[in-house]
Write a protein that binds this ligand. Structure first.
Ligand SMILES: *[C@@H]1O[C@H](CO)[C@@H](O)[C@H](O)[C@H]1NC(C)=O
Ligand SMILES: *[C@@H]1O[C@H](CO)[C@@H](O)[C@H](O)[C@H]1NC(C)=O
Ligand SMILES: *[C@@H]1O[C@H](CO)[C@@H](O)[C@H](O)[C@H]1NC(C)=O
Ligand SMILES: *[C@@H]1O[C@H](CO)[C@@H](O)[C@H](O)[C@H]1NC(C)=O
Ligand SMILES: *[C@@H]1O[C@H](CO)[C@@H](O)[C@H](O)[C@H]1NC(C)=O
Ligand SMILES: *[C@@H]1O[C@H](CO)[C@@H](O)[C@H](O)[C@H]1NC(C)=O
Ligand SMILES: *[C@@H]1O[C@H](CO)[C@@H](O)[C@H](O)[C@H]1NC(C)=O
Ligand SMILES: *[C@@H]1O[C@H](CO)[C@@H](O)[C@H](O)[C@H]1NC(C)=O
Length: 448
């Protein structure tokens, strides 16, 4: 009886706390799954991931909570009848198993509660009925299965927003055109030439984000040109990609190209809303002037691991740039005019570039410059050019050869940034002292 009362008190307190804070957790709830599974009670998570299981363990009463069930990375081949009958499931992760079938009623009681299902890397040949029956599913990941045929009666056709599909050698999934609420689609492994011309037709109105990964594309498939509302496009691990036409994707705000064979920057002249462009691991050497929209809004430009050997002149047409990253490139010099129109530049990163020189007045116009990273370059010493940058807060020069003497760094005594200059990294080659310590403690003592 006493125990009962305590539980009741705890329940009342929890309820009261629940009214004040949005997170109502019943601390008395035992873990409904047996060891080796564990529970994270705040968070309502049953974690059976990577426990070498060959059967789904029995699961006892889980109370009123909505559980996230993680049975990924095991040796499961099926999920039996009524496996989760004693709990309410909101999210099920069965990825990375050997599952080919699900018992029809394995999610009984949770059909209208489940919002996310992860079933990638299994042995599915078709979308099981137990999934077809979910009426509120929003997230479904099913890539890397032998072949997935979608059902003709997917109850979640109008609620599913995030979908990941694809596996090597598989065709475009039949009936995918019934899913007309998709906002985020990821296509992995499935080849570009297996995309039908109308692949994205029914998703054109809603789709905001498309990721194409490892599809052996040479060019962008024509089928994407229908996605005129697309805001985010990522094309990753398409190492055969040599041309890139996105003339119809006029709503893009961010573009990612990673690991391609592009040798020139993509033509984004029609992408007037583009804010960020990240092009990495590609042999890009040039950026043509007539590929940039007249009043470009680009703020973030990342060109890491490209073959640029100079700061592209095209940047002079992009005055709003705040972040410019060109790590691991062949950029060897920063000339006077390279950055002279980037009045809003805040962050410049040329780490691992084969940088040898920076013109003394290269940063004269960059009065907002906040952070400069020049780790592992071929610079001999702290570039005198930063003396122009009174706004600087961070200077990274790890791995550079810096001689910390008054002769080399004494000029910093009169540098406007010295008063607020707070952080960074680097080592004095001659003494082994931390560069920042030298700048803060010894530079002010240098004689003029
Ligand atoms: C659900 O709970 C009942 C009663 O405790 C139990 O008999 C049954 O085996 C449980 N179901 C599963 C799938 O563990
Ligand atoms: C399985 O999915 C859940 C969310 O549904 C996630 O929290 C968990 O990290 C995933 N497990 C693994 C091993 O990725
Ligand atoms: C390009 O977009 C327009 C609508 O803005 C559309 O009519 C046209 O069909 C699209 N082109 C392709 C190839 O999908
Ligand atoms: C680029 O993609 C190819 C295959 O698509 C892959 O083998 C390679 O590891 C990737 N390289 C990088 C740097 O990601
Ligand atoms: C980029 O596209 C625009 C508009 O479609 C075109 O006028 C321009 O010539 C193109 N630039 C290149 C280098 O192809
Ligand atoms: C630009 O990059 C910064 C730093 O990584 C990030 O905080 C910001 O959200 C990005 N801006 C846009 C428009 O993507
Ligand atoms: C730099 O130039 C060399 C020689 O021209 C080239 O082999 C290399 O791929 C280029 N890119 C980078 C990132 O070093
Ligand atoms: C620079 O190159 C080194 C060695 O190749 C690597 O370990 C490091 O991660 C690189 N740094 C950056 C910022 O890319």
């Amino acid at each position: 009886m006493a125990v009962y009362k305590t539980t009741q008190v705890v329940f009342i307190i929890t309820t009261l706390v629940g009214l004040i804070t949005p997170i109502a957790v019943d601390p008395g709830q035992p873990c409904p799954a047996p060891p080796p599974c564990t529970c994270r009670i705040p968070g309502s998570m049953i974690d059976c991931s990577g426990k070498g299981l060959s059967h789904v363990p029995g699961i006892s009463n889980g109370g009123q909570q909505r559980w996230t069930v993680d049975i990924s990375y095991n040796q499961l081949t099926t999920i039996p009848k009524r496996a989760f009958e004693n709990i309410t499931v909101v999210s099920l992760n069965m990825s990375h198993n050997k599952i080919s079938t699900l018992s029809m009623d394995c999610l009984v009681g949770s059909n209208d509660v489940v919002t996310s299902v992860h079933m990638e890397s299994n042995q599915f040949w078709y979308l099981p009925n137990a999934i077809d029956d979910l009426t509120n599913l929003e997230i479904l990941t099913m890539q890397d299965n032998p072949f997935i045929i979608l059902g003709t009666s997917m109850s979640f056709a109008s609620t599913l927003r995030y979908l990941t599909i694809g596996s090597e050698n598989s065709p475009w999934p039949k009936y995918i055109d019934q899913l007309n609420a998709i906002t985020h689609l990821t296509v992995v492994g499935l080849t570009c030439y297996s995309l039908p011309f109308d692949a994205f037709f029914n998703m054109a109105g809603t789709m905001k984000s498309l990721v194409l990964q490892n599809n052996e594309c040479n060019d962008m498939p024509d089928s994407v040109q229908v996605l005129t509302n697309l805001e985010h496009l990522a094309v990753i691990d398409n190492h055969l990609l040599t041309s890139f036409d996105i003339h119809n994707l006029t709503s893009l705000t961010s573009l990612v190209i990673e690991n391609s064979s592009l040798s020139t920057m993509p033509n984004i002249s029609k992408c007037t809303h583009l804010l960020s462009i990240y092009v990495t691991d590609s042999p890009i050497k040039s950026w043509e002037l007539d590929t940039i929209p007249p009043e470009s809004k680009l703020r973030n430009i990342t060109l890491d691991r490209t073959d640029f050997d100079h700061i592209p002149t095209a940047l002079r047409q992009i005055p709003l740039v705040e972040n410019l990253l060109m790590k691991n490139t062949n950029v060897s010099n920063i000339e006077d005019s390279d950055l002279s129109t980037l009045f809003l530049l805040r962050n410049l990163d040329l780490s691992n570039a084969s940088l040898e020189g920076i013109a003394v007045t290269a940063f004269k116009q960059n009065t907002m410059l906040y952070s400069i990273s020049l780790d592992n370059t071929n610079l001999a010493g702290v570039p005198r050019a930063i003396g122009e940058v009174d706004s600087l807060y961070v200077l990274n020069m790890l791995g550079d050869s810096i001689e910390c003497t008054c002769k080399e760094l004494g000029w910093m005594r009169l540098w406007g940034a010295l008063e607020h200059f707070v952080t960074g990294s680097g080592t004095c080659q001659n003494t082994g002292m931390d560069l920042m310590t030298y700048i803060r403690e010894y530079v002010p003592k240098c004689a003029t």
